[in-house]
Design a protein around this ligand. Structure first.
Ligand SMILES: [Zn+2]
Length: 136
């Protein structure tokens, strides 16, 4: 993950607009394996050069964003229909990426466990983006 503080920050509304544009075409053969509705571990052997970083959801200057998740409708972190809630975990640690071939947008973050790191990816589905003020 880039740690470049100069990455443009995406608001929830910008994220939704980006997602809308990205849904106009089906995923291409390069990123089709990534077009998962819920979070997935990035498949081993995936060529990361297929994606380029557009921006970030990490709040500038917030060194320790909340670990609370936002699931008002009984979803859980891995649900295919879990809200994409900027300001809540793990979206407050995500960067925004797009396929270099078809422009389909994705979210990525790295899960840090006690003994492992797990790069994860989720397709950016515009209908799941939560646009009201949020954050714990
Ligand atoms: Zn693609």
């Amino acid at each position: 993950m880039p740690e470049d503080a100069s990455l443009p920050f995406y608001s929830a509304h910008e994220l939704m607009a980006l997602g809308r544009r990205g849904q106009q075409a089906p995923p291409c053969s390069h990123c089709g394996a990534l077009a998962c509705a819920g979070w997935e571990s990035v498949p081993g052997g995936f060529d990361a050069a297929q994606l380029r970083c557009l921006g970030t959801l990490r709040p500038a200057g917030d060194e320790d964003p909340t670990l609370l998740e936002y699931h008002p409708h009984g979803t859980h972190a891995w649900s295919a229909d879990a809200p994409i809630a900027p300001g809540w975990f793990p979206y407050n640690r995500c960067d925004v990426w797009a396929c270099t071939t078809c422009e389909r947008p994705y979210l990525r973050y790295t899960e840090y466990g006690g003994y492992y790191t797990d790069p994860r990816i989720r397709a950016l589905h515009p209908d799941l983006v939560v646009t009201e003020e949020s954050g714990g």
